[in-house]
Design a protein around this ligand. Sequence first.
Ligand code: AMP
Length: 454
Amino acid sequence: MSFENLNLHPLILKAIIDSGYTTPTAIQEQAIPELLAGHDIMASAQTGTGKTAAFMLPALHRLATPSSVHSRGPRVLVLTPTRELALQVSESAAKYGKHLPRVRVVSILGGMPYPLQNKLLSQPVDILVATPGRLIDHIQRGRIDFSRLEMLVLDEADRMLDMGFIDDVERIASATPATRQTLLFSATLDSAIDNVAARLLKAPKRIQVAAQQARLDNIEQRLHYVDDLSHKNRLLDHLLRDLALKQAIVFTATKRDADTLADNLSAQGHEAAALHGDMNQRDRTRTLTKLRGGALRVLVATDVAARGIDVVGITHVINFDLPKFAEDYVHRIGRTGRAGASGIAVSFASGKDGITLKKIERFTGQRIESHVVPGLEPRFKPRTGTGGAPSVAHKRNRTWANDGGRSSTPNSANGNWDNSRSRSFGDNRTGTRSTAAGNTFRNSSAPGSHFRTK
Ligand code: AMP
């Protein structure tokens, strides 16, 4: 299957070629024909599978034909659980739609000033990308005309459900025309998601890609048993001094811990900064821009803040604290090993974490092998059956000490994929800057000329 076979508009195909993509990913191959045929879909696919293009390319294909309805309102609405994901979707829309004339993408996110958003919404909009809470505010104030809306995308619907946004999502959907095409993307398709789909979608085609296990194949998972906080801090310092670690996301349980740890790491001489939901949007955007540009080596983050971060330079994810939910573990470690590269995910576990660890291993169907750093061995002896036997630990420990990080060297699954990633990396940087400034992308025939800020 090639992109040429998918019958997308030639100007969209041109942008795909510019992005360096040669073949559609599994989700794209399955979803795009269904979407072009006008069907609703519900798809299980996580970030990293190419799901954004799977819905954005058919969305743009629709926009290539003018609407018959006279309105300035959005023709495509994408709802996302987090601001970061919304910004990435907006950037993708700008990237894939750059050759199409007059495609206007607006993002409406919580935490951004209302006057600017009011201004953006008073002008014609083609693609609106929004987080549900803030969008409801604008709908209630009568600022959005959905009369020409053709497509509604619920991105990471499971997350919107978890975060309590689903009532807002349903209220927004009820404000849009019943004739719309509806797409639902979710990491898992369970009964809760089925209920949402039953209310909002019409005879959806179900699409399932890559089992959990396959998605983690390019990520090496390691476990370090820890005695206490001071042991964790010493181990982390050791891991961060590994030259094979290019960029890392370190996860903590709370926002406060993220701030404290980022401060401590900076004091130890690491290029570190925190990212969490209590920061204002300007600081979050600035931190993410630094991360994408390579100016930040260590991001200390909480689960929600780090969701959707797609930075190819991230070689390591470190779970300073284990996540409460096994599903979050998969989301966390998926921040490394992006787009065909390999990655390393290190988890710290104390004697109290046995059950959590077991739940994670059951969820992924994979055992996390334990490692020991010489001189930083844990005092307590974990029971066997959790996380790897001591003999394995010792053997793995030698690998850890001697491989010089070989396994974290980006290991491209296919050259084109890597090539495309570095291009999109560049796009992301300009896109993010313009987003911070004005939160809008306007396409022009000179690709990206409106996005650059310097
Ligand atoms: P997503 O799952 O939407 O977060 O996409 C993951 C990454 O894959 C993004 O950085 C895209 O630029 C990249 N990507 C999407 N589709 C393709 C493709 N067909 N070939 C290569 N890279 C792709």
